[in-house]
Design a protein around this ligand. Structure first.
Ligand code: SAH
Ligand code: TMP
Ligand code: ZN
Length: 410
């Protein structure tokens, strides 16, 4: 197996550089002024594999730089996501956990946003969450959680202690793990013969269709499609048996995986692969198109922000999302264009945004003195946010969004 940044982490073929973003910091690496001169940067490059079609980052920072005891992302900050994960848990309980003594494992279980529903229903469960601070929140809620990175070795240990699982779940975590083969080998060991892996991640088709390039950052090592995902699992005697598009995180795909031949393959899998062919997910030129669309989006956003500044308007960022790190650094947006970013997460407040060093301020400061424009970095939560900010709108405030295109709304 060849190693290094230029080879596909799934099939080892040589990657093609699709989109170069330049130097980037850790997307969730909020920092204090004292840490500015020690800040870590890496080259963010989107690569396309012409053999298995997996789209992936070329250079990847070490995992310990991203997931640790000061991890800044707490899943339960979004009410919309809390509702989404309740539905996800209900579907798993009804569809796959009806036998006595069922066992469910979730990786990337974070603060227990999904696993709490299994715990509350008295179902045997186990969360695997390496970021100690978020894991502790789950443990305090009575959710059994171990603070480790999931891989093949850990899968073996879990089977020894608990037996195999009926369902193995992951939301917004599979795409975070560069050593995917070890994870999939672990899934193979952990799943009962009739067991299922159900996971969801931001979907490559949506990124292409919406130019949502801000999904591309350090933690997202892979940008899955049904085509590339099928290839990966087939290498391990597993197969994709169902796929269901999800209207969260700007467009995600849920994949249901089973041991080969164990379950019928849904027509949805075949249909989605045909859609992917039509979208050009197997053509390198498609990604040249993406690169051009990203450059246009950047130019339009910068023009808008510079015009607003010239006209003396105040612009504040709304929600210090991981995604905003790519936008601010790629576009070169600093505090001269965006005064501060308002965010509800206490550990981000008082710090500065990664790379661009825009101050992060508590939400109360947004409310205390509404800006003329709010740049909606949390566009994937747009419905929830715009609905609750009626007063901002009533005060004449307007929203700037940049996905699927740069525009002012409200
Ligand atoms: N499932 C939650 C959290 C997603 S964030 C949600 O959708 O909201 C991704 C989480 O995966 C982080 O909490 C991170 O600490 C965790 N993670 C990263 N690498 C992991 C690995 N190898 N095994 C298990 N969890 C991992
Ligand atoms: P994410 O898009 O990476 O999931 O990050 C969500 C961030 O947005 C998190 O820091 C909390 C913040 N946020 C707000 O500040 N206000 C809101 O209304 C919502 C929904 C999120
Ligand atoms: Zn490949």
């Amino acid at each position: 197996m060849k190693n290094g940044d230029n080879y596909c982490r799934v099939c080892n073929a040589e990657l093609k550089l699709a989109v170069p973003f330049g130097k980037m910091p850790i997307a969730n690496g909020y920092l204090t002024k004292d840490d500015f001169d020690k800040e870590y940067f890496f080259e963010l490059q989107l690569g396309f594999c012409p053999n298995c079609y997996m789209v992936q980052l070329m250079t990847q920072p070490d995992r310990e730089k991203m997931f640790h005891e000061n991890y800044a992302f707490f899943s339960s900050t979004s009410a919309r996501m809390a509702a989404h994960f309740k539905e996800f848990a209900d579907l798993v309980i009804k569809g796959y956990l009806q036998s006595a003594n069922s066992f469910v494992v979730e990786i990337g279980s974070n603060d227990g946003i999904m696993l709490q529903h299994f715990a509350n229903s008295g179902i045997r469960h186990l969360g695997i969450e390496p970021s100690a601070n978020v894991a502790q929140v789950a443990i305090d809620k009575g959710i059994r959680t171990i603070t480790r990175f999931f891989d093949e070795q850990l899968a073996g240990e879990i089977v020894e202690e608990y037996g195999q699982a009926n369902a193995f779940l992951g939301a917004n975590v599979m795409c975070h793990i560069p050593y995917l083969h070890s994870v999939v080998a672990g899934v193979n060991i952990l799943l009962k013969p009739e067991g299922v892996l159900i996971f969801e991640d931001p979907y490559l088709g949506d990124i292409l269709e919406k130019t949502s390039y801000d999904q591309i950052y350090d933690e997202h090592a892979f940008y899955f499609s049904v085509t590339s995902t099928s290839y990966l699992f087939e290498q391990h005697g597993l197969e994709v048996v169902d796929v269901q598009p999800q209207n969260v995180h700007g467009g995600s795909m849920r994949y249901v995986i089973a041991h080969q031949g164990a379950r019928p393959v849904s027509i949805a899998v075949v249909a989605q692969r045909a859609k992917e062919d039509a979208l050009g997910l197997r053509n390198a030129e498609t990604f040249e198109g993406l690169r051009k669309n990203i450059e246009h989006s950047r130019d339009a956003l910068l023009n808008l922000l510079r015009n607003l500044k010239q006209n003396g308007k105040r612009v504040v960022g709304y929600a210090a999302t991981s995604k905003s790190t790519t936008v601010t650094n790629y576009c070169g947006i600093t505090s001269d264009l965006v005064e501060f970013i308002s965010d509800t997460t206490p550990i981000k407040q008082g710090k500065y945004s990664p790379g661009a060093h825009i101050p992060i301020r508590p939400y109360a400061e947004f409310q205390a003195r509404y800006p003329d424009y709010a740049l909606l970095f949390g566009w994937n939560h747009a419905e929830e946010i715009i609905a609750k900010e009626q007063q901002f709108k009533a005060a004449g405030g307007k929203w700037i969004v940049y996905v699927p295109k740069v525009q002012v709304v409200g």
